[in-house]
Every structure is written in structure tokens, then in C-alpha cells.
Design a protein around this ligand. Sequence first.
Ligand code: BJW
Ligand code: ZN
Length: 250
Amino acid sequence: MSDALKAAARLIADARRVVALTGAGISAESGIPTFREAQTGLWARFSPEALATPEAFAAAPERVWAWYRWRRSLIARGGVNAGHRALAELGTQVPLEVVTQNVDGLHTAAGSPDVAELHGNIWRERCTACGHESSTAIIDHPGDDLALPSCAQCNALTRPAVVWFGETLPVDALTTAEAYIREADCVLVIGTSNRVYPAAALVEHALRGPASVIEINIETTPISGSVAVHLAESASHALPQISRRIKARA
Ligand code: BJW
Ligand code: ZN
């Protein structure tokens, strides 16, 4: 085990309150593409900024819904991975809260309780006319020529209940995340490029201290030079090792 992993495990084990802030990288090993690495296949020509906006949805709801249906099918197929499981396990070892930018629901599926979902959840839909929200477990087959989904209450078009660029974040999730960050003495930043606000601002706040910030990312990001420990490893490799090390110390 590397010295950096040992140092990270010590900071986590000694903390009073830990917050894990996660991004697409923790789900990458479930086979779910991240946003800012190359989009694959069908979507190679589109950036997240071109698909994840209210304007894109208004202009071409079929295209945006096809993207979300494709992603739902990948999430359902991939399921939780060793990184999600180890983070849930870590939550049984130390006082730890999870804040995620991911919409895939995989932290909850892995057993992490009360996850603050900053960007919503892909398995929920909201009516564009009356605001009615519903959950779905339906996995469509991406290639199918499907009708646009409609509201059970008023029959208008529904949209994924996620947060697109230019939209505000759910107040509850953001307020909860801000409180967690304020009170944490250790912040674990996992698998995010730290480029999308206001999630990136939560990390910037933590970096101003006194909390120690640990980053787990296979690449460097704008915060890598400022963190207490940067683990240049995949989440599914680093997190189980940290959990095992803390168990061995207990
Ligand atoms: C691994 C790995 C492995 C890979 N292990 N690691 C301040 C300054 C500048 C701009 C703004 C600002 N405040 C607001 C803005 C505007 C905008 C914004 O941030 N723009 C920037 C891009 C410049 N923000 C907003 O519009 C937000 N709303 C808002 O602020 O409202 C108030 C307001 C409105 C209007 C004007 C001003 C204020 C909303 C942001 C919503 C983001 N939505 C999306 C889509 C969600 C739905 C969906 O999933 O489809 O959220 S975009 C996309 O990016 C998604 C993600 O959650 C988010 C973050 O991406 P993430 O998770 O970091 O993924 P990647 O791909 O970027 O990185 C993956 C990382 O993993 C990489 O680093 C890899 O190396 C790593 N990795 N494998 C470990 N195995
Ligand atoms: Zn409706």
C-alpha cells in the first residue's frame, strides 16, 4: 500500500465528520461514460453542454430523451461497482455523508444512506407543464423508436428530473451539502473534474480550511495541487484499500 493511501486512511479514521463528494468517475467502472472524457459512439459529436441544457431539450426533446434512455440502460446494466460498495462500507466505519453530482442512484443502491443528489436523479421525471414528479424503473431499449413520455396527470411532455446548465440545484440537496461541508473536518473528492459549479465551489470552500481534502482521481484536476493527499488511482481500487486499512486499525 502506498504512503499516500496510508495517509488518506489515517486522515479519514481520525476525522470527526467526513464528507465524500463524488462525480462521474466513481461510476465509470460500472461502464457509464463520464462527461468530459470522450463521449462514445452515437454521442461522440455532442458535448454535455450541448445536451444537458433546457435549450437542447426545447429544440430536440427526442434527441435528449434518447440520450437519457441510453444512459438509463447503461446504469441498469452496469450496477454498483467496488467503489460505490467500499464508500458505503466506509460509512459504517466512520461518520460519513455522501454528496454526489451523479444522477445514477448507485450510491443509494450500494447502501449509502441519505445521499444528497445535487443534480437530481435520472430515474425521476417531471412534467414540463404541471410539475408533477414520478419515478420510473422502466428501461427502454435505446435503439427503439419510442414516443416521448407524457405526464400521468395532464398528458404534457415530461423531462428527466435532473439539473441542466443554467438551472438551479434542488435547494434541499444544496443546503444539506453546504452544511455537511461546513461541519466536516475531512472531505473526500472522488472522480470529479471539479469544473461544474456550484459543486466545485463546495470543494473550494473546503480547501480554504480547516478540513483536510483528499482527492481520488486517475487524472489531475484544478484542485490537485491544493489538496492534502491526491490519490492518482481509480475509485474502485483506492476506496476498498482505505476501508480495509481502517478496519485493520480498528
Ligand atoms: C475517475 C475514474 C475512476 C474517471 N476513478 N476518477 C461559476 C463559474 C463559472 C460558471 C458557473 C458558475 N456558477 C454557475 C455556472 C454555470 C454552470 C457551470 O458550472 N458551468 C461550467 C461548466 C463552467 N453551472 C450551472 O449552470 C449550474 N446551475 C447554477 O449554477 O444555477 C445558478 C445559475 C444559473 C445560471 C447562471 C449562473 C448561476 C447547474 C449545473 C448542472 C450540471 N448538470 C450536469 C448534467 C446533469 C444531468 C445528467 O447527468 O445528465 O451534471 S453536466 C455534468 O457535469 C453532470 C455532472 O454531474 C457534472 C460534473 O461532471 P463530473 O462528475 O465532474 O464528470 P467529468 O466527466 O467532468 O469528470 C469525471 C472525472 O472522473 C475526471 O476528472 C476523470 O479523470 C475522473 N475519473 N474514471 C476515479 N475510475
Ligand atoms: Zn403534468
